[in-house]
Write a protein that binds this ligand. Structure first.
Ligand SMILES: Cc1cc2nc3c(=O)[nH]c(=O)nc-3n(C[C@H](O)[C@H](O)[C@H](O)COP(=O)(O)OP(=O)(O)OC[C@H]3O[C@@H](n4cnc5c(N)ncnc54)[C@H](O)[C@@H]3O)c2cc1C
Length: 414
């Protein structure tokens, strides 16, 4: 087993599609599976999870799966904080197996001119209980000796954040959901959400109709196909993004794994992959793609971008060997923040949409919040008001006060 892989004993069985359900969850990514599990954990019977292909067919299966609490807003930080509690206590919170969470430490690198923003963000995170601090370049050299620091002044350091295995996390939620009675139907597409009056009445699927009063839409890059026919246009855009893997050169000690790093100066991130390689994401996204026509391979130009980003922050890796990579798709919202809401115009329709390339780490808490909303009538774990779907129509898109750099639409290194 690679060191970055979690484990779960799960053999999904081909389930036939029930004719009725208390809740239908659309989308077999980490958000759909997390929500289905949390619903079942709260005693909801007859939950059906629909996945048009296989579990992990969307962004989740391709995710970098960085788990860090550093954001330029406290709401996503708060969701991550609550998710970290679940990643760390997986067997108690979810069930047998492991999400492959590796708390190897996280460093947020910013340009010197962003120091005031960095300090404001870290102070806000500390105030809600996140283990983080501002560190000087001298401290940074000890924390991550392989990193170039002469262009930096301060960074943020989270000693117990890291990364997880996105597929093991998803399978773990799915296995735990199935063990509690959730019916998981793969190769089953939801083709329409049926509404009577202003309320959800059912879901049409490629295998027949399911009558239900409650739907959770967690369909990633495909969400618009079900939202637009209901007159719900949130301005979502599918985006293609790429990651690459570089094998460490012999001059780098393979016994010491480097920290997870987000480098806002170059819009890139790095984390160990397996025992002796680094996974790199560099901001080179293409918006407005057809997610069904996604080219899953790496573009030639992206290899050079990844190599340059890696060598610029980790000079010792300049001679690293390229070992592969892939492209994935996520759904961007107009302000680059997720939409998590019970849609006001369609009663019974809950959505987690516009993940904006940053909603793996928050999925454990998002599942709790959506399940609380459905079962108890309101989310209690985290205040979801900032994530409301109506913020665009209100003319109040979400803008982070202390974002880094000039381009606030970036998501990969935000
Ligand atoms: C390359 C890459 C790197 C990333 N790195 C990070 C990171 O480091 N940290 C982080 O937090 N986030 C990261 N993200 C983002 C993160 O992976 C996503 O935000 C998250 O996985 C979204 O999960 P989801 O369940 O909402 O959607 P998805 O994983 O996209 O799942 C949606 C699922 O719905 C299914 N579906 C769609 N339509 C239908 C339908 N009509 N009927 C049935 N099923 C349907 C799809 O097949 C898909 O499986 C990254 C994303 C990519 C692509």
């Amino acid at each position: 087993m690679n060191r970055d892989q979690g484990s779960v004993d799960f053999q999904p069985e081909a389930a036939s599609v029930p004719r009725t359900a208390e809740v239908v969850v659309i989308g077999g990514g980490v958000n759909g599976a997390s929500t289905a599990f949390q619903l079942a954990k709260r005693g909801v019977r007859n939950v059906v999870l629909l996945e048009r292909r296989q579990l992990g067919a969307g962004a989740t299966g391709k995710s970098g799966a960085l788990v860090r609490a550093h954001y330029a807003n406290t709401w996503e930080s708060h969701l991550t904080l609550e998710s970290l509690r679940i990643f760390r206590a997986w067997e108690d919170e979810v069930g047998p197996g492991s999400p492959g969470f590796e708390p190897i430490g996280f460093v947020q690198v910013v340009a010197p001119e962003d120091e005031a923003h960095l300090r404001a963000n870290v102070a806000a995170q500390q105030a809600i209980g996140i283990e983080t601090s501002v560190v000087s370049v001298t401290e940074l050299r000890e924390i991550e000796p392989l990193m170039r620091t002469d262009d930096l002044s301060y960074a943020a350091f989270e000693p117990s954040s890291g990364f997880a295995d996105p597929n093991a996390t998803l399978y773990g939620f799915a296995a735990a959901a199935a063990a509690r009675g959730v019916t998981i139907c793969t190769e089953t597409e939801a083709t329409a959400i049926r509404v009577e009056g202003d309320r959800v009445a059912g879901v049409e699927t490629s295998a027949g109709r399911i009558a239900t009063r409650t739907v959770v839409l967690a369909a990633g890059s495909w969400a618009d196909r079900l939202l637009l026919p209901l007159g719900l246009d949130f301005g979502l855009t599918p985006v293609r993004t790429q990651v690459s893997i570089f094998r460490w050169p012999p001059s780098v000690d393979p016994r010491r794994r480097h920290r997870v790093v987000i480098d806002a100066t170059q819009h890139s991130w790095f984390r160990p992959e397996g025992a002796v390689s680094t996974l790199i994401g560099a901001e080179r996204s293409v918006a407005g793609i057809d997610p069904d026509g996604l080219r899953e391979g790496l573009d030639h130009e992206s290899i050079a971008v990844g190599r340059a980003a890696l060598a610029a922050r980790f000079p010792a890796f300049a001679a690293a060997t390229m070992r592969g990579g892939w492209a994935g798709t996520f759904m961007r919202s107009p302000d680059g923040h997720p939409i998590i809401d019970q849609t006001p115009s369609v009663s019974g329709l809950f959505c987690m949409a516009g993940d904006s390339g940053t909603s793996f780490k928050t999925a454990p808490a998002i599942g709790v919040c959506l399940a609380e909303w459905i079962v108890d009538g309101a989310p209690r774990l985290v205040d979801l008001t900032p994530f409301r779907s109506t913020r665009f129509a209100e003319g109040r898109p979400w803008i982070d006060e202390h974002a880094y750099g000039d381009d606030r639409t970036l998501t990969v290194s935000r």
